[in-house]
Design a protein around this ligand. Sequence first.
Ligand SMILES: [Zn+2]
Length: 317
Amino acid sequence: MKKSYSELLDKELLSFVDPNTGMLSVAHSSMIDCPICETSSLRQRELFIKRGYRFVLCAGCGLIFSNPSIHNEANRALYDQAPSIKCWSEILQTQDQRGKDLCLYSSLIALTSKLVKHNAPRCLDISMRAGLAAGLFKKRGWKSDFYDFSKYTRELGKRKLPRVRFYDSFDSIVKAKNTYDVVVSMEAMEHFANPSFFMENVSKILAKGGIFCGFVSNVESMLVRVMGSEAPLFDGLYQKFFFHTGSLKALFKEFNFIPKNFKTFIPALEKTEKFFNRMLPERLSAFSRADMAKIFRVIKESDTLGYKLLFVAKKLK
Ligand SMILES: [Zn+2]
């Protein structure tokens, strides 16, 4: 399944590349200033070009993003129609992946529940996991709605959770002002057209003192350090923004959120060797079991090198 996903993705990435220039087509993209701190595109350092997509580092806040950036309309349409998205949604439903995601959500809910004031907080789950977090919240007696940005997982979630309220578009969520005590974004924010637009709206729908939490891929992870630009998170078409603790702090500050927790080593995922083995088998074959054990010890001790970055932040105003 993984192989056919990467083949589909390669094809879709190529469909936006101009054959004359070998770069992302100007008809579908534009240069943008940093969406967090507005540093001009002229002050962004080019890091690398991958499959015709250019990746830059913002000198102001440390955000890494693809620039030129694909137009929002083209990107939105892909989430409802692209074969790679359907394939990825199916991968997310496999038992192996669901188990891993449940571990992630459990770590997150354990941290978040300490900060929640009400006994029955109102939550919103934003992901491509067919309402997995919404289901967990329900089991705890918390109220929960969900929004999945892939049409496929949205429909699946509706069937699995018939009594849970769902949103059909992000635009419709925005109307729910001061409604939620907790908003969870599981690898969602980095896929939106603009992380500031996303945060601004999360801020609007959260009540005062509300919690915004979730996971992003960690751009400082050991995986990225070993693989560099070849790390699978860098596609530029679907995943466009790449965070570390510093750039997330800058984003939270901009919207009056105070960070409460950052974590990259998730104890529940201690067996992530399997993940690394699948993602870079030829490079890892050079490492012995003892080497791998050392690598994971370094990840655990540093708590900045894990491949996912967990965050919990509180809205101040
Ligand atoms: Zn910036």
